[in-house]
Write a protein that binds this ligand. Structure first.
Ligand SMILES: Nc1nc2c(ncn2[C@@H]2O[C@H](COP(=O)(O)O)[C@@H](O)[C@H]2O)c(=O)[nH]1
Ligand SMILES: [Mn+2]
Length: 273
């Protein structure tokens, strides 16, 4: 969870206003999934699908690549359980948001309000309609970014397109984007964050605590506050573990997939362990 201050991009000022965002506003970005419920299904269904494929006498070029027809028992079971994990994750994020609101109310008073801008997923499969046909779109480490006017948008976002949230790292900017028409070529999908540049282990071996502290501006007026007592305990999550988010955003905009509505600078980070 992160408390951030936003800067609105001039070219998308109108969209920002419609979404209730303004320059200098403080926002809260929350990131959580189903806490392993979804992850546990991967190995189980890889095994079950493989057994079913053997029975049906079908294979794939890669033994780790498995599939089941959507209408088969296995396919339906998988989809139902995946949806239960997605529901669990939505509730999880909303419970976190509730806790955040209660905390802010204690400090700022009971009339404090923080409406949800958007809630979205980045590991899921969803039946959608593209190129004049229904299809199951799998987004793994990918999030949806629909443009203005797209029929899949909910009513509130039909006119503008919906917000797509791209976290960077705890020491760098994150971004609120909106889908663009160019997204048609990849089913309106964009990356769900900067992404790792090195593994947790390599990060711990390579990055020093001093380098981590410097990237968090420790000891300066711009220090990004963290809830953990030591930076050592979250070294594998340091900004140096992640790619340069600004390059990633440039490539999304360059490919015409989405555009930045607001840049979000981190003020304080609460990391779960
Ligand atoms: N704003 C922040 N972004 C962060 C932080 N830690 C990681 N990240 C970014 O999130 C994405 C998505 O994470 P994933 O676990 O779902 O893959 C990741 O690629 C990073 O770019 C943080 O503390 N604050
Ligand atoms: Mn995630």
């Amino acid at each position: 969870m992160e408390i951030q201050a936003i800067h609105i991009r001039e070219e998308n000022q109108e969209i920002a206003e419609k979404w209730g965002l303004e320059d200098g506003q403080v926002v809260i970005m929350i990131h959580s999934g189903s806490r392993a419920w979804g992850g546990m299904m991967g190995p189980k269904y890889t095994k079950d699908f493989k057994a079913a494929m053997n029975k049906w006498g079908v294979g794939t070029p890669d033994p780790n690549l498995v599939f089941a027809p959507i209408d088969s028992d296995q396919g339906q079971q998988y989809i139902n359980l995946m949806q239960s994990a997605l529901n669990f994750a939505v509730v999880n994020r909303h419970m976190l948001a509730y806790g955040v609101r209660e905390g802010f109310k204690e400090v700022f008073g009971s009339d404090f309000e923080a409406p949800v801008l958007y809630d979205l997923m980045h590991n899921y499969a969803l039946k959608e309609f593209h190129r004049n046909q229904p299809m199951m779109v799998h987004r793994k480490g990918t999030t949806r970014a629909l443009p203005a006017g797209h029929f899949l948008n909910t009513e509130a976002y039909k006119e503008t397109g919906h917000p797509a949230l791209i976290p960077g790292s705890m020491g760098t900017s994150s971004y609120i984007m909106v889908g663009a028409k160019g997204g048609e070529k990849n089913f309106y999908s964009i990356c769900h964050g900067a992404g790792r540049v090195r593994s947790r282990r390599a990060t711990k071996e390579l990055i020093t605590i001093d380098e981590f502290a410097e990237s968090m501006k420790v000891g300066t007026d711009e220090e990004v506050l963290v809830n953990q007592r030591t930076l050592q305990s979250i070294l594998d999550e340091c900004p140096q573990a992640y790619k340069d988010v600004d390059q990633i955003i440039d490539s999304i905009e360059g490919a015409g997939l989405a555009s930045v509505v607001a840049e979000c600078k981190p003020l304080a980070v609460i990391k779960g362990v």
